[in-house]
Design a protein around this ligand. Structure first.
Ligand code: MSP
Length: 637
């Protein structure tokens, strides 16, 4: 069949709707967005997909806990994701939801077609099941303690009738495919892991459940719902027409599925096997990135250190956030998020190297040449032009293997070269000595460098690229220019620059850590009056929580141990000094207000995660409670 593919197809994983978006989700999405923008920059047609994974027991449990339906929960959380993507300038072409009709139909159709073929069959399954991981494990995996090998939680022994996918049939074909496509899984270390996993033997895969019902029903056997991973993976084809619509072959196969390392096996083993069973071509690359820790620690709700991208982009320019995530870690490896490091990069690379280059260049064009540069008849010094070609070639190579960090380091190498060029050429002396031709050439070279830099930054820092463009004085927006306009270094004929404000402010780390002033906030003023800013107040995460259990600690005069529901997957333990004021029994069932993001502390050997609020009037202590019934986890503020 002739290749009808027209579009470069990029996907992110579809995100579970039992959680709010965090840095990990934003990382994959920003990486995918960067590739989408880069390809468009190079005049390629792109289809960029993201979305949400809305079925499964995990979602059902979360909805029950929140006392709403699964769909209500999904609708709510989906909005959080969509809002964040808008704020981060994500340019997805479509947003797929697994509760959408076309998706449900596609899953049922695919299931039936594999069933008909004989690669799905019905049998009985017994195994150790971990609800949060939605996975079965063998006796060997869970050990004597019956703990999930992935997340460490208790697993349950479950026996159920199930449909199985004949994964074992695909072992040889998968291995052959890996051998002939050595860049199927990127990076190479992960490719080797996947190969040895498959070599060690594949068992058939249970792909339906009867123990809960929040899922896509198996056609003609409705007590079964389709396993959430079979359901979820099919999003990549359901969103583009499920092999039925005219456009499907213009987009499929995917060029790159971006995933985190934890979900690589699903994408690099199960997914290609499902596709083989459906007689569809396989994706070109599965790119697995590492995990983010925060200040050296694993990110977790109980530690209260989950990085919320919304909060970061309230504090810092969103392009700085995009830059930091992509620059700080070689894509594929684990990384550590620290505001301190982000501030250091903003100050030295964005404000200093890039910001100064723009600022000093345009100041000189204003001052020495009435804001205008024009292409000289003869260009004698082509050093920056030559460098730009070399740099572009290097960026291209890095982008082909998704090494965003490398690509950015080349762009900034060029920025430093341009700064050096100014220092060496000393345009101020050329002006003083009336060497006008030379001065005009130097200014033209500098402005051409900034044009090149803006183009190279388009995919990584779209706002910044646009701002540089505006200040350079181009009338049309940057998207309207062809790749050639950037790679042809001398493409500007004449330009009247429009110098504007500073593109990145330097950040005083001490001030930033305490509060999160926006550009116009009155930090100094508020400091004098000992008042705090609204941002400082919002650093405290106050939540409503319901007390599930309470126990007076025998060895302590003051302490009660409380188990509270704060709207998270698992209840939290909190130790409070209330024994002299409240009995354990009267505490149970109360809804209280808790500081949810306090660092854990050990009291009488028990780790306390949070602090409850109470008013104190002499000896009287009164717990604070919301005056109406609100759900555990409701935000106060
Ligand atoms: N719903 C599945 C994906 C189905 S795709 C057909 C899922 N969802 S998820 O919401 O739990 O995770 C989505 C992505 O976030 C995964 O790629 C995962 O690797 C990533 N991350 C979750 N925590 C992360 C970090 N701390 N750091 C980096 N990425 C992390 O899995």
């Amino acid at each position: 069949m002739a290749d009808r593919k027209e579009k470069y197809y990029i996907t992110t994983p579809i995100y579970y709707v039992n959680d709010v978006p965090h840095i990990g989700h934003s990382y994959t999405t920003i990486a995918a967005d960067t590739v989408a923008r880069y390809k468009r920059f190079k005049n390629e047609k792109v289809f960029f997909l993201t979305g949400t994974d809305e079925h499964g027991q995990k979602i059902q449990k979360a909805a029950k806990k929140a006392h709403i339906t699964e769909k209500e929960l999904a609708d709510r959380v989906v909005q959080n994701f969509k809002n964040l993507w808008t704020k981060l300038d994500i340019t997805n072409d479509f947003f797929v939801r697994t509760t959408d009709d076309y998706h449900i139909k596609c899953v049922q159709k695919s299931f039936e077609s594999i069933l008909k073929k004989g690669d799905i069959y019905k049998d009985e399954y017994e195994g150790w099941y971990c609800i949060p991981c939605e996975s079965y494990y063998s006796e060997l995996d869970v050990g004597k303690e019956h703990l999930c090998p992935d997340c460490g939680r208790k697993v349950d022994l479950v026996k159920e009738e199930s449909y199985f996918f004949r994964l074992s049939n695909y072992q040889d074909r998968l291995l052959e495919f890996y051998e002939s496509h050595p860049d199927f899984v990127i990076p190479n270390t992960r490719y080797n892991e996947i190969k040895s996993f498959v070599k060690s033997g594949l068992k058939d895969l249970s792909i339906t459940r009867t123990s809960f019902d929040w899922g896509i029903k198996v056609p003609n056997d409705e007590k079964h719902v389709v396993y959430v991973w079979f359901d979820a993976l099919l999003n990549y084809i359901s969103a583009i027409g499920c092999n039925e619509k005219e456009d499907f072959n213009k987009i499929w196969p995917a060029d790159v599925h971006f995933v985190g390392k934890d979900i690589l096996r699903f994408h690099a083993v199960y997914w290609p096997a499902f596709l083989m069973a459906l007689n569809l071509p396989l994706p070109k690359h599965i790119v697995a990135h590492g995990w983010w820790t925060v200040d050296g620690k694993k990110m977790s709700k109980s530690l209260g250190n989950v990085v919320n991208p919304n909060e970061i982009i309230e504090k810092y320019p969103k392009d700085a956030y995009r830059y930091f995530l992509l620059r700080n870690v070689p894509f594929g490896l684990d990384g550590d998020f620290s505001e301190k490091e982000m501030i250091a990069r903003i100050n030295s690379e964005l404000a200093n190297d890039l910001g100064n280059l723009l600022n000093r260049s345009l100041t000189m064009v204003d001052k020495y040449s009435s804001s205008v540069v024009s292409k000289p008849n003869i260009i004698t010094d082509k050093s920056l032009s030559n460098m730009s070609s070399e740099i572009f070639e290097k960026i291209e190579k890095s982008m082909q293997i998704f090494r965003f960090d490398e690509a950015l380091s080349y762009i900034f190498e060029f920025i430093r070269d341009a700064n050096k060029y100014i220092t060496v050429k000393e345009p101020w002396n050329l002006k003083k000595n009336a060497k006008n031709d030379e001065l005009q050439e130097v200014l033209y070279n500098i402005v051409s460098s900034l044009k090149f830099i803006a183009g190279m930054l388009v995919a990584f820092m779209p706002d910044t690229a646009k701002e540089i463009w505006k200040q350079l004085g181009f009338e049309n927006s940057i998207e309207n220019y062809d790749l050639k306009f950037f790679t042809d270094f001398y493409s500007i004929t004449t330009l009247k620059v429009q110098k504007g404000g500073v593109i990145f402010e330097k950040i005083d780390e001490k001030k930033k850590k305490k509060s999160a002033p926006k550009k116009d906030s009155k930090t100094e003023e508020t400091k004098k009056s000992d008042k705090i800013t609204i941002d400082e107040f919002f650093n405290v995460d106050l939540r409503a929580a319901k007390i599930l259990e309470a126990e007076a600690l025998e060895k302590s005069k003051k302490l009660l141990k409380l188990t509270i529901d704060i709207g998270e997957e698992n209840p939290r333990t909190l130790v409070a000094g209330l024994k002299e004021h409240y009995s354990a029994e009267e505490m149970v069932g109360k809804t209280i207000i808790v500081v949810a993001n306090l660092k854990p502390a050990k009291l009488m050997g028990i780790e306390s995660n949070g602090m409850l609020l109470a008013a104190k009037d002499g000896k009287t202590v009164a717990l604070l409670s919301p005056e109406k019934d609100v759900k555990p986890g409701s935000k106060i503020g």
